[in-house]
Design a protein around this ligand. Structure first.
Ligand code: PHE
Length: 451
């Protein structure tokens, strides 16, 4: 069975693919925004605590189910529960979530690809804020171009996923993720040596305990789950391709550390630059497409910085869209027993159709509005505030309350290969602590949005 589904050939491949899924627009786009809204260093250090205390047990829960069953999101829950049980609905929710996220994430991913193209061919010859604003408005208000780039992005994703887990996802992740790290380290080194960068670095690293408010903690909880791709069986699906001899704890720690490193390095690249030109207010959603190109343009090697920024964004987004598509394809090929090519084709066409609707809804096409806002915003809101936390809490409660402790121990020790430690703390944290934090963090967010 596992041969037919494919599997990762090496631990490095498994880590690269999972880091690829985790590192995405969430790190590059959302993390700096959260930092600037939540007091810089206070958020950064709280986030680091959260990824260990919340992210680690949460990720291990997905890993335990996936590697134990070696099945897709839906198949895994079916295998572990008696006939007639409804737990498999968690898997169904995750397939729906993956489809929605694949569609709307590909729209923004398409923008990054377009900007990468522009930054290479012409964009930054004479950049000033007016030109860049005009380019931005012209691009996002057009109907055809954003859809065209979304299409290209989905085709590239499909091309990789169709080649299989090993020859597609693993091979490309092993190639792209190291490139991403090298680029990041280079631009960070350039950024911190710029005059005036020290206030940006102080904002990032000067910690005051009094700045850690409940809002900072809850934002860090949400960001850690999102950034680590938790709650939609993404890590569950990837772990179903992992080897039985890999240590799940070590693999998780690698993924968590590398994901956090990217978020920190990106911030080290962005904040000194933003502070150096005195634009603290610039960390808004348009940051990446509107503000940074202008800021970078005023710096030495600015055009190069911009090309690197969009290369990073494109790689980060691509390795994430690969994982969204893989969840759906694993379900269709495993549970629906469809041929991989057909599953990829169907998923891509559907994502392109829904992605086009999302894209047109951002442009302001009235028939693609729901409740007075764009279909894009509705999908994003639904996924981030409902589907991901519901799926995630379901996974945690399943592992905590329904799975046999013997299976949990077997998986965490890789059949006795590694020593089991803190097992009771793990079980109680997935039973109560982590689900409570996730629920409170999202309720808090929903209440503050509705006010
Ligand atoms: N972790 C990805 C990012 O940071 C997004 C993601 C969220 C992927 C949830 C899968 C599940 O962009």
């Amino acid at each position: 069975m596992s041969e037919a589904r494919g599997s990762f050939r090496s631990t490095f491949g498994a880590i690269a693919a999972s880091v690829g899924s985790a590192v995405g627009l969430g790190n590059i786009w959302k993390f700096p925004q959260e930092l600037s809204e939540n007091g810089g260093a206070a958020f950064l250090y709280t986030y680091l605590v959260c990824i260990l205390l919340i992210g680690l047990p949460y990720m291990l829960s997905e890993f335990i189910i996936g590697r134990h069953t070696r099945l897709s999101a839906v198949g895994a829950f079916k295998k572990l529960t008696p006939k007639g049980s409804k737990w498999y609905l968690i898997g169904i929710i995750s397939v729906i979530t993956s489809f929605l996220i694949l569609s709307f994430y590909s729209v923004i991913a398409g923008w990054t690809l377009h900007y990468l193209y522009l930054s290479i061919v012409s964009f930054f010859k004479e950049p000033d804020s007016k030109t860049i604003e005009t380019i931005y408005t012209g691009f996002v208000s057009g109907y055809f171009k954003p859809i065209f780039w979304t299409f290209i992005f989905i085709v590239i994703t499909a091309f990789i996923v169709v080649s299989g887990v090993n020859r597609g996802v693993e091979r490309w992740s092993k190639f792209l993720i190291p490139i991403m790290f090298v680029l990041l380290v280079c631009v960070c080194a350039m950024s911190v040596t710029m005059p005036g960068s020290s206030s940006g670095l102080r904002f990032l690293f000067d910690f005051k305990l009094s700045d850690v408010t409940p809002q900072v903690i809850l934002s860090a909880v949400r960001q850690s789950a999102f950034s680590l791709s938790l709650g939609m069986c993404c890590m569950l699906t990837y772990s179903s391709y992992m080897s039985r001899s890999d240590s799940l704890v070590k693999t998780s720690l690698w993924i968590i550390t590398l994901d956090a490193m990217v978020a920190i390095l990106i911030s080290v690249m962005i904040f000194p630059a933003v502070f150096a030109v005195g634009e603290q207010s610039a960390i808004v959603p348009g940051l990446v497409f509107k503000t940074l190109p202008v800021i970078f343009a005023s710096m030495p090697y600015g055009a190069l910085f911009t090309i690197v920024l969009f290369t990073l964004l494109t790689i980060a987004a691509l390795t994430s869209t690969m994982s969204f598509m893989e969840i759906i394809v694993a379900y269709l090929t495993g549970d629906g027993k469809m041929e991989r090519k057909k599953a990829v084709l169907i998923t891509s066409i559907a994502a392109l159709l829904f992605g086009s609707i999302c894209s047109l809804s951002i442009t302001g096409v009235k028939i693609f509005e729901l409740w007075g806002t764009s279909v894009y915003n509705v999908s994003d809101y639904l996924v981030t505030n409902y589907l991901l936390p519901i799926g995630g809490v379901g996974i945690l409660l399943f592992v905590g309350w329904r799975m046999k402790t013997a299976i949990i121990k077997q998986e965490l020790s890789s059949w006795g290969k590694y020593k089991l430690q803190l097992i009771n703390i793990f079980i109680w944290s997935v039973r109560i602590v982590v689900p409570s934090f996730i629920i409170i963090a999202h309720l808090f967010e929903l209440i503050s949005i509705s006010q």
